[in-house]
Design a protein around this ligand. Structure first.
Ligand code: PMT
Length: 357
């Protein structure tokens, strides 16, 4: 239209065309440079986080355990899943009395770990210290003590499982003992968001060798905000100097380097927790689009143990328990894990790796 209005002649048009052709490589180069700059900025922020936060004191021990565990299962071509579970904290003081916490009981991660074991996976269970754990989650609080009875005769004390509790305890105990006898589960614990970052990267470093046989199931509730180390007071904040003003910074999202750099061949599943139903699927889709991983499990805080939506590039699939199933204690994690294992199997086949169980 522009050409028609200005009535350019044929040779002027040809000249413009040639000019465009000669500029095209420069434009392409400019776009590449812009993309690289974006990566540098992004990596700068998570690298800066690692540079300014020391590893936890037990880090080297955990790193050795992770390496030994993955090497052993790699030699047998086992599938390995990293399950992260529980919430991370952000300390308000170096000698921590107060902290900001992310909500998560750890049920999702602990139950899922059991179902992955059932499916033949080796499980790295990376969890918040004192949150729910596989197998023991069934007997939290006073439940275990209520199952026991004690008999005292002269100097002899015997403790036994009550007859009506054997039915509940035996199957869990048998699965627990089988998993531990096979060395199929490794527990590593975190408390703060910085502990979590260090452990997650160390786990990814050793999982990279498993290629597509590695599965990451990132169910932990990770802090989005933190206080930079140099802004945290050493000692307990005192109330006599008035209400403290706390300036929070954004935590860099680890999904970006994890998917692109650390475990590029693994099957990565992240979670999206919302409290507003209208935001749930758009935000899950936006995460898939942004990080280019494989799956997002979307859940609403209030009904997270009854309903989730499995979001992949191709579809949104609802997993729903009936009220009766929920009351009967059925775990929604069983169908979630089934679905993920199906996708992971396809992923291994696509990448052409030997993914024997
Ligand atoms: O433990 P339960 O009580 O059973 O509850 C389970 C659950 C609700 C905690 C779980 O199902 C869940 O939704 N976990 C993820 C909660 C969460 O932190 O969502 P998010 O929108 O803040 O983060 C989304 C994803 O980004 C997460 O997979 C997280 O691993 C990742 N992330 C988050 C922060 C960060 N700095 N880097 C990240 O990579």
């Amino acid at each position: 239209i522009w050409c028609a209005n200005i009535k350019l002649n044929h040779s002027t048009l040809k000249l413009i065309h040639l000019l465009f052709c000669s500029l095209r490589p420069c434009v392409r180069r400019y776009r590449v440079v812009r993309r690289l700059r974006a990566v540098v900025t992004m990596s700068g922020s998570w690298e800066e986080f690692f540079a300014t936060h020391l590893p936890p004191t037990d880090f080297e021990d955990n790193r050795s355990l992770l390496k030994e565990f993955c090497d052993r299962h790699d030699r047998q071509s086992h599938r390995i899943v990293l399950v992260t579970s529980g919430g991370t904290t952000v300390p308000l003081e170096h000698n921590t009395v107060r902290f900001v916490d992310n909500f998560s009981a750890g049920k999702r991660g602990a139950a899922s770990a059991e179902y992955f074991l059932e499916q033949g996976y080796a499980v790295i269970f990376m969890h918040r210290l004192k949150s729910l754990e596989p197998f023991t989650r069934h007997f939290s609080g006073q439940k275990l003590l209520d199952m026991l009875e004690m008999q005292e005769q002269s100097n002899n004390t015997t403790i036994r499982v009550k007859q009506d509790s054997v039915f509940a305890l035996a199957p869990v105990l048998s699965r627990y003992q089988a998993a531990h006898a096979a060395g199929a589960i490794l527990h590593v614990a975190f408390t703060t968001v910085s502990d979590y970052f260090w452990l997650l990267r160390a786990a990814c470093e050793v999982l990279a060798k498993s290629g597509p046989r590695a599965l990451l199931y990132l169910a932990a509730a990770v802090s989005d905000f933190y206080i930079p180390k140099d802004s945290i007071p050493t000692h307990k904040i005192q109330s006599d100097s008035g209400p403290p003003v706390i300036h929070l910074h954004l935590v860099p999202k680890l999904l970006a380097p994890l998917v692109n750099l650390w475990v590029p061949n693994a099957y990565v599943v992240s979670f999206k927790l919302e409290t507003d139903e209208n935001l749930l699927i758009p935000k899950a889709r936006a995460a898939l689009e942004k990080y280019k991983h494989k799956m997002v499990i979307a859940n609403i805080l209030q009904n997270r143990h009854q309903r989730v939506v499995v979001v992949t590039r191709e579809a949104n699939q609802e997993v729903l328990l009936t009220r009766e199933e929920l009351l009967a204690g059925v775990d929604i994690e069983a169908p979630i894990v089934d679905e993920i294992v199906r996708h992971h199997t396809d992923h291994i086949a696509e990448r052409g790796a030997a993914g024997s169980r």
